[in-house]
Design a protein around this ligand. Structure first.
Ligand code: HAM
Length: 429
């Protein structure tokens, strides 16, 4: 196929055989968020480039190297959103819905775009479910976010395969003091740092902490520790969070090197990681960003949130074989009709049944066909039952009701009694 007719590298079609699992996952998360009192918000996919520069930070990988930025016909610089927090903050400010201390508990779902090197679990268009909470500054809400995800992992059957890593970055003042101490220490060991870390030392020194380079890691062993620079308020906040996780029984690992790749965080940061996916093991990540709203022109407004990567979590469900049986069946009943008269009667009968059983997954054969071919299609659809309308059934105003998965013999059911009969045989979603 010529190149122009292929999807862009790192941007994937989600094919019909994959969508049931996506919908199961998305439905599970949506239900959970509804139950905890979160409301959905939908933002545009494109924003002014400036929004991401100001919020994510000029010297982050995302802004420096990964954004899909272009000029539109008016000459404005626009960017396909690389994440959801910036746009969500822009939206709540623009509509004034966090003014006067109003609490907002919001969630969103959709595609994000980053020009990263594609590999398993890392794509250029990927999908996140994210949530953001505004105007709650205590550790109780940080804990709620984590408790909610813990419940989700339990419901999905993947709890044993994920680990929670936690850190506190402190306030911007305490982080500033720590940054100075770290720069002083690392500068004294400049020659032993890898090239990337030497560059980061000048632009974004905290990111040196999460280097993968062994020599730089060796230098970091004796580096100043962020925990020693935490201010009292951040320390108390972090203790409050840990106490709540302990109370619920959620295990965690403290990771003093967890700094996150976006600049807006303060105090709590966390990541849920797994070793089941290879190199791209972070399935959900977030933290607190108490300074961001103000930095973007609003009144001081505490914020906290996270986002999970749908591709990675779907991959996990597949890898751990946690795919519920019922999602593979998408048809309950398949109606076969033979001859034009039967086809017309079948259409009308199907609509009557749908009126009475709106959740029934009833598929009517399209494209006519012989008895054999319609039956083959019925079987292939995965349906539990076939309904048969031929000359005999038409004459008697009945429909043949045939179990396709070995639950008994074929019977004749009167048209008027069909919906009631189906209601007793098919468990409807
Ligand atoms: P993030 O850590 O950049 O945070 O992304 C969150 C999650 O999105 C990652 O843990 C991962 O599961 C998924 N993800 C990121 N990049 C890719 C990719 N290239 N391919 C596949 N999956 C990916 C944020 O985006 C923050 N906005 C989270 C947040 C919300 N913090 C506070 N509120």
């Amino acid at each position: 196929m010529s190149k122009s007719l292929q999807a862009i590298r790192g941007m994937n079609d989600i094919l019909p055989e994959q969508t049931p699992l996506w919908r199961y996952f998305e439905g599970s998360v949506a239900r959970l968020l509804d139950n905890y009192g979160y409301k959905q918000i939908r933002m545009p996919i494109v924003e002014f480039t400036e929004l991401f520069k100001r919020s994510i930070g000029e010297v982050t990988d995302i802004v420096e190297k990964e954004m899909y930025t272009f000029e539109d016909r008016n000459g404005d610089s626009l960017t396909l959103r690389p994440e959801g927090t910036a746009a969500c903050v822009r939206a709540v400010l623009e509509h004034g819905i966090t003014g006067g201390g109003q609490v907002q508990k919001l969630w969103y779902i959709g595609p994000m775009f980053r020009h990263e090197r594609p590999q398993k679990g890392r794509y250029r268009q990927f999908h996140q479910i994210g949530l953001e909470v505004f105007n709650l500054d205590g550790p109780d809400i940080d804990a709620e976010l984590i408790i909610m995800t813990w419940r989700l992992w339990g419901e999905l059957g993947i709890r044993d395969a994920v680990k929670l890593e936690l850190n506190s970055l402190g306030t911007s003042e305490s982080r500033g003091r720590y940054r100075e101490a770290l720069v002083e220490y690392l500068s004294a060991h400049h020659d032993k740092l890898d090239e990337d870390s030497q560059r980061r030392l000048k632009t974004n020194p905290l990111r040196v902490l999460d280097t993968k380079n062994a020599d730089t890691q060796a230098v970091l062993v004796d580096a100043p520790k962020m925990a020693d620079y935490l201010d009292d308020e951040s320390r108390a906040h972090f203790e409050g969070l840990k106490a709540r996780l302990d109370a619920v029984g959620i295990p965690y690992v403290l990771n003093p090197k967890l700094v996150r790749g976006l600049d807006y965080y303060s105090k709590t940061v966390f990541e849920w990681v797994t070793d089941k996916l290879g190199a791209q093991g972070t399935v959900c990540a977030g933290g607190r960003y108490d300074g961001l709203v103000e930095q973007m022109g609003g009144k001081p407004t505490p914020g906290v949130g996270f986002a999970m990567g749908i591709e990675r979590l779907v991959l996990m469900l597949e890898t751990l074989e946690q795919i519920p049986q019922e999602i593979s069946r998408q048809v309950d009943v398949y109606l076969c009709a033979f001859g034009e008269e039967a086809e017309l009667a079948g259409l009308a009968l199907a609509e009557r049944v749908r009126d009475e059983l709106p959740n029934l997954r009833l598929q009517v054969n399209a494209g006519a066909g012989s008895f054999k071919s319609q039956f083959k299609k019925a079987d292939k659809s995965g349906a539990l039952y076939a309904l048969i309308l031929g000359d005999d059934e038409m004459a008697q105003q009945v429909v043949g009701f045939k179990p396709l998965r070995g639950q008994g013999e074929q019977q004749s059911i009167a048209w008027d009694a069909l919906a009631a009969h189906l209601a007793t045989c098919v468990v409807q979603g």
